[in-house]
Design a protein around this ligand. Structure first.
Ligand SMILES: [Fe+2]
Length: 251
């Protein structure tokens, strides 16, 4: 299985992920912000796009759906709130494409309809729930309590080897925020150095859950430094998570 990440260069810094089975060249496009950009990659690599998958209903994740479908004949698998789709994704549903096995999971929080999925067990496409060094906002149809619980019930249980493919390129900004929350974290400095060195190069850094757990403040709720700087040393993990989300919103 091959995965390519396309940078959209819009103000929201959307990422489009296209993955395919190299033995059949059948492909899937995740969250096509820009149909032309996705189609260009499909054409150049002689891929046959079979499915378009949306992680959630926000405009920037479904914008290219119809145009990309018209160009390729791909079927649209999506969530509640998205019109003109071929199939609604359900929790625990599976999809097979050549030698690629996909498992869908309902992961509410950023929006209540949000889904994430694993491709061949180890590649996690997580839309706007989990970002590199951060998590998504909850202010546009989401709920932060629900998000916290999804992190406990789903993301916290993923193996450290799981690779992360989020919906936006916010790594440097998120790491700068994380640095304010946990200045003594050396893993954070290391990743920030890497992110800065690749700035503007359209080179996606594939991180693992294990790495994210070493610097992503939303996955480090037991860090005393983070708790103190949230002025909530006696706070529960849920309160610390919500404090971080509020501080990130205001940042
Ligand atoms: Fe979103």
């Amino acid at each position: 299985m091959q995965i390519q990440t396309l940078f959209c260069h819009n103000s929201l810094r959307n990422l489009i992920h296209i993955f395919y089975d190299e033995s059949t060249n059948e492909a899937i496009c995740v969250d096509p912000f820009d149909a032309d950009q996705a189609y260009d990659f499909v054409q150049k690599n002689k891929l046959q796009l079979k499915y378009i998958i949306n992680t959630h209903e926000h405009f920037d994740h479904i914008r290219g759906n119809q145009s990309l479908k018209e160009k390729t004949g791909a079927q649209i698998y999506s969530v509640n709130g998205v019109r003109n789709i071929d199939k609604k994704i359900l929790d625990q549903q599976e999809l097979i494409l050549g030698n690629i096995k996909i498992q869908f999971f309902h992961t509410p929080g950023h929006t209540l309809n949000h889904i994430s999925f694993l491709a061949n067990d180890e590649n996690l496409f997580c839309g706007d729930m989990l970002f590199n060094a951060g998590v998504g906002r909850c202010s546009n149809g989401g709920d932060v309590t629900t998000m916290y619980h999804t992190f406990q019930s789903f993301f916290a249980k993923l193996p450290g080897s799981t690779k992360i493919y989020p919906g936006h390129d916010y790594i440097e900004n998120n790491l700068n925020f994380a640095k304010q929350r946990e200045p003594s974290n050396k893993s954070l400095d290391l990743m920030l150095g890497q992110a800065k060195s690749l700035r503007g190069k359209d080179q996606f850094i594939v991180t693992s859950m294990q790495q994210e757990r070493s610097y992503n403040p939303f996955l480090r709720l037991d860090s005393k430094e983070i708790q103190e700087r949230c002025q909530s040393i006696d706070a529960t993990p849920e309160e610390t998570f919500k404090c971080l989300r509020r501080l990130r919103d205001e940042w």
